[in-house]
Write a protein that binds this ligand. Structure first.
Ligand code: ADP
Length: 178
């Protein structure tokens, strides 16, 4: 099964799970996080607030993922993951970003989901260089598909043309038709 690239608003997708690029508090923010909370309605924030804090203000550490319902969204679940803030590439950013993709897919599998859509995690205010992030998204999702017999439809959502191009380039570099 190939990795799909789709350009548009992730909140419109009727997939089993959309992934949210959240922050460690899981209490909402700007960018795709704000869009998901607005479209889902207040039930989403209420459920996030009920998730346990591991330490003050941290419900989901960077590189990890938590599942909630999707409320008014057409998707069935929201998987909240926290991408790394880009500093200089020397602070484990690639491994943390890879974890976001891999652990989201593992959680989707454990919930018996068959389709998942990812935004470009860390590529907004967290400042991850776009092409490097696209390469990680493509590498991890392809590796996951190749190592799992159970089919999972994986959509990489690009909110703008530059992101769509980065995904297409990364897929071509990995030998996949974009
Ligand atoms: P981060 O804090 O992880 O950088 P952002 O939300 O700032 O998260 O940006 C992540 C990516 O999500 C960016 O590429 C941004 O363009 C994209 N984005 C913003 N809104 C949406 C949306 N409604 N649907 C899909 N992608 C979105």
């Amino acid at each position: 099964m190939k990795i799909e690239v789709w350009q548009g608003d992730i909140t419109a997708l009727a997939v089993d799970a959309i992934v949210n690029a959240a922050n460690e508090s899981l209490l909402g923010g700007g960018g795709v996080d704000g869009a998901i909370h607005r479209a889902a309605g207040p039930g989403l924030l209420a459920e996030c607030e009920r998730l346990p804090e591991l330490r003050p203000g941290v419900r989901c550490p960077t590189g990890e993922v938590r599942a909630t319902g999707a409320y008014a969204l057409p998707a069935r679940h929201v998987l909240h993951t926290v991408g790394p803030v880009w500093h200089d590439g020397q602070r484990d950013e690639p491994a943390l970003l890879a974890n976001c993709y891999w652990k989201s897919l593992q959680l989707a599998e454990s919930l018996n989901l068959q389709s998942i859509a990812f935004p470009a995690i860390s590529c907004g205010v967290y400042g991850y260089p776009l092409y490097q992030a696209a390469q990680i998204a493509v590498t991890e999702t392809l590796a996951w598909q190749r190592s799992h017999a159970q089919p999972m439809r994986i959509v990489l959502v690009a909110f703008n043309t530059a992101t769509a191009k980065a995904y297409q380039q990364a897929l071509s570099a990995a030998g996949q038709v974009a």
